[in-house]
Design a protein around this ligand. Sequence first.
Ligand code: GRF
Length: 201
Amino acid sequence: MNKLAIFASGAGSNALNLIEYFKGHQSVAIDAVYCNRQDAPVIGKARAAGVKVVLFSKKDFQSEAFIRELKERGTNWIILAGFLWLVPLLMVKTWRGRIINIHPALLPDFGGKGMFGHHVHESVIKSGRSRSGITIHLVDDHYDHGETLFQATCPVMKDDTSETLASRIHLLEHKWFPVVIERYIERGSVDFSQADVDASL
Ligand code: GRF
């Protein structure tokens, strides 16, 4: 069984979507949701769905004990779903190639430190680009930097606000994040054709 730990800091719509998608899955199980903010809505959502929640501080996150605990639980994949802290190097080394993040824009543009949530969408709108999208990528020790596994795009409308663009992006995220994770875990590559991706928009 592939055991996934989901790391999330906020609303948790992606975390919940993953929990629902992998419920009863034959080879993938969500082991727990790890959260760094005591007041994050994701906590209640995960608990209501029957998933264990682990709250942690920055000090915990950087400790070897934290990594040991994850290993002892048999965690073999780490999924960042709206998680705002940089992953410590030791963690990257321990799960190299097995930490996956979703970013709400088309990297390498609109990524890096401080580029999260509405900041991303505001920058995209300000840039005048006619398309945005999602990037699902492996994680290394830089923000939004590891190998890209998958991208899908959507239009940016003339009258978009960061909220309207965020909801369009969320639809893409909910559609693709679970299937991309599943495909990568099962086959070691994400081989959806561009036609599949375009047809789903
Ligand atoms: C998503 O847009 C994700 O791409 C970004 O943070 C947002 C989290 O949304 N990294 P939610 O908490 O899953 O609703």
